[in-house]
Write a protein that binds this ligand. Sequence first.
Ligand code: FAD
Length: 434
Amino acid sequence: MNSNTLILGGGVTGLAAGFASGFPVLEAASFPGGICSSYYLSPNVSERLSIPLASQENYHFEIGGGHWIFGGDASILRMLRSLTSVKQYQRKSSVYFRERNLYVPYPLQNNLRYLPDLRSQALHEMSRTKSDFSTWQEWQIQYFGETLSELFFEPFHQLYTAGLHKSIAPQDAYKSPIDLAQVIQGAFDNNVQPAGYNATFVYPESSLNMLAQQLASRADVKYGQKVVKIDLCDRVIYCENGEIYPYRHIIATLPLNRLLELTGLEVTAPPDPYTSVLVLNLGAVRGSSCPDDHWLYNPDARSGFHRVGFYSNVDRNFLPQSSRISGRLVSIYVERAYQGGVRPNPTEIDIYTKQVIAELQEWGYIEAVEVADPTWIDVAYTWSWPNSHWRSQSLKALEEHDIYPVGRYGRWIFQGIADSLRDGLFVGVSFKEQ
Ligand SMILES: Cc1cc2nc3c(=O)[nH]c(=O)nc-3n(C[C@H](O)[C@H](O)[C@H](O)COP(=O)(O)OP(=O)(O)OC[C@H]3O[C@@H](n4cnc5c(N)ncnc54)[C@H](O)[C@@H]3O)c2cc1C
């Protein structure tokens, strides 16, 4: 096989690049979509199903937990709608303080009326002049103050970054917007405008799989092609199954650290860190205290998760058919972060699963559990050390060898599906035109 340009990875970024350019996409798995993949589980069937049962008596889960499509400009949303029909939702999410049994709508800082005992001190601290900061933890104290940090931001970020927030650079501040006018209004008044990057979101009417399949059906995807080595001198890609692909250019969506390993390239800066996420999908009888939120941010869960989401609160179509009207069941995803390279073994995952179930039962969110299914996402969130040059050195070294990293993991940035699609489309079109 001979091709000028090859695309590595058939997640949404690589699929969008393949769709826009027509270049072959090498994908390790036997299905498209990468982390954007739905599957189905039934209490009566022991394995994951890639399509729903004819009876639809199954839970609809996603391997990476609820993947709601937020942001995206009008053209990306238009393109999405041309591939699959989508429904739009208004976000409903809260911070849940278990110890106080208190739900505060997201974002916390815009809803200080729920914390009357801390409100004036928190307002005073947030309105102070900011000084310099280097780490995420320093940024958090500068912007949210000691009171809110101690209450929420410190314990939450400890869980969300697996403790890295003490040493990494702050990132993605837009996820916790601070607009003092809104903060003050929300301290006293119920009439608060939704804030943040995901106040509305869309989701395909059938499943996320449909989006990936629609893109894949318009691209040249070669499945089962796990790349194990990229020979920069001979310009050849080696796959685990023995296939060999010559190339002139590579558009690569694999994580930047893995791309360096595959090519053998080295840079002088110490590698930036990442966190992995263990996603636990649960299908259960709905408990009497289960909230209506789409997801919750959890600073004090005993079993160590930082977010619990409710697929079936977004849409009851995620439930087995027979309980969609009654809402007798609930489907949930629970996320826990680990520092990169620290992977729990199957026994530890089993113990953790039991702990989560016991905790959610104690909270009254669930009763009997019908299905419990964990997935390990190895490189889930990417971070940087303060003033790090690792990312820029790595991108430059790869680009000097005609390898162009793209997307959330290739470029080592935070982005959602809509931005991944846009980046994939853009790089696909620009390479095709060359
Ligand atoms: C826990 C979590 C929750 C998220 N929630 C949301 C959300 O609610 N909304 C949202 O918009 N975004 C969300 N995101 C982000 C979203 O998942 C990404 O923006 C998007 O999926 C990135 O797609 P990608 O194609 O770049 O990467 P991936 O989906 O990781 O695709 C990479 C592909 O490369 C393949 N691959 C890997 N190694 C090799 C190899 N050696 N050879 C060949 N192929 C290989 C993989 O199999 C995979 O298919 C979330 C991410 C995480 C981790």
